[in-house]
Design a protein around this ligand. Structure first.
Ligand SMILES: [Zn+2]
Length: 288
C-alpha cells in the first residue's frame, strides 16, 4: 500500500478530464485507503458513490460541491461504504438518487466485506444501457453483477472512462460473497468489460487503472487459477474451505482470510452448478 500521506482525505483531487475525486476517511483492509467519491462534470455535476454516512466526509463533499448544481447522486451498489451518504446529500442538495436497484434481502448471510445499506431508496433505478445526460457529460449504466447482484458500473464516454465501483479495482481482487455475490455472474461481468473499449477505470478503492484490458484479462486468469487450485485440493481429499484458504492465500493479510473463504465458497457454488463438485456437509468433493 502506498504511504497514506499520498491519499489525502477530505481534499478534492483532479483525477482526469471531467473527473474529480474525494477520498472518505474509512481506510481498512477491505476498503484500502478508503472509498473514493467521484464528481463528474463542472457546474452541473453528478456524484458517484457518495460513500459512508460520515460527517467529515459529507462536510468535505458539501464544500466541494458548493456553487454547483448536483443533478444526480449515483451508487454502484449498496454496500455500506458506498451508498449511505446518498440520503443526507440528496436532502441537503435537493438532488435525486439514481443508480443501482435497492436490495431487499431476508438474510444478509455471513458477509465478509461490507454489510448492505438497508436505507438506500433510489428515486430512479438505471438498467443496463440507460443514460443520464448532463452539460458536457453522459453517464451510461453498465450492469455488472457478481460482487453484488445489483452492481452497476458507469461509463463516461466523453472521457473514455468507466467508474468500476468494486467490480474491478487495481489494488485487489473483489470479494464475491454468496448468496448475493455470484462467481458465474462476476466472470460474465469481467468478460463484458473485455468487450468494451474504455481507456481508463476509476474504481471506488485504489488508484485509477490505465491499462484496463490487461487488468481484466489478468483478473479472469487469476480466477481460473483459483478454480484450478480448489479442484486440486478436492482431488487430494482436502474439502473444507477453512483448510484450503491458508494454502491458497499464503502471504495475504490474515484479516482478509474470512473474505477469501467467501470467494472460495462462491467458486465452489459455481463448480457445483457446472456439475463438477458436490457438497457433503462442510466438505466438498469432486463429482463422479
Ligand atoms: Zn462492495
Amino acid at each position: 500500500m502506498p504511504a497514506m500521506e499520498q491519499w489525502p482525505t477530505g481534499e478534492i483531487e483532479h483525477a482526469g478530464p471531467l473527473v474529480r475525486r474525494l477520498l472518505a476517511p474509512n481506510p481498512s483492509p477491505f476498503t484500502y485507503s478508503g472509498t473514493q467519491t467521484y464528481i463528474v462534470g463542472e457546474g452541473e455535476v453528478a456524484v458517484i458513490d457518495p460513500g459512508p454516512d460520515d460527517e467529515r466526509h459529507l462536510a468535505a463533499l458539501r464544500e466541494a460541491l458548493s456553487g454547483e448544481k448536483v443533478v444526480a447522486i449515483l451508487c454502484t451498489h449498496t454496500h455500506r461504504d458506498h451508498s449511505p451518504a446518498a440520503k443526507p446529500l440528496s436532502q441537503g442538495m435537493d438532488a435525486p438518487i439514481i443508480g443501482c436497484a435497492p436490495l431487499t434481502l431476508e438474510d444478509d448471510g455471513p458477509r465478509a466485506d461490507a454489510a448492505f445499506d438497508p436505507d438506500y431508496r433510489p428515486d430512479r433505478v438505471l438498467t443496463h444501457g440507460e443514460r443520464l445526460d448532463g452539460s458536457g457529460w453522459t453517464l451510461e449504466a453498465v450492469a455488472t453483477p457478481g460482487h453484488t447482484s445489483n452492481h452497476l458500473c458507469f461509463a463516461l464516454p466523453e472521457a473514455g472512462a468507466l467508474f468500476t465501483g468494486d467490480h474491478v479495482m487495481g489494488w485487489s481482487t473483489t470479494v464475491v460473497s454468496p448468496p448475493d455475490g455470484d462467481m458465474a455472474a462476476y466472470m460474465g461481468s469481467l468478460e463484458l468489460l473485455l468487450g468494451r473499449n474504455d481507456r481508463i477505470y476509476y474504481p471506488a478503492h485504489g488508484p485509477a487503472v490505465e491499462t484496463p484490458q490487461r487488468l481484466v484479462r489478468g483478473l479472469i486468469g487469476h480466477r481460473r487459477q483459483r478454480e484450478g487450485q480448489i479442484l486440486r485440493h478436492l482431488e487430494r481429499g482436502e474439502g473444507r474451505i477453512q483448510d484450503m484458504v491458508p494454502h491458497m492465500y499464503k502471504g495475504v493479510d490474515a484479516r482478509l482470510h474470512p473474505a477469501a473463504g467467501r470467494s472460495v465458497l462462491a467458486h465452489l457454488i459455481d463448480l457445483q452448478a457446472r456439475g463438477l463438485v458436490v457438497q457433503e456437509g462442510e466438505r466438498w468433493k469432486c463429482a463422479g
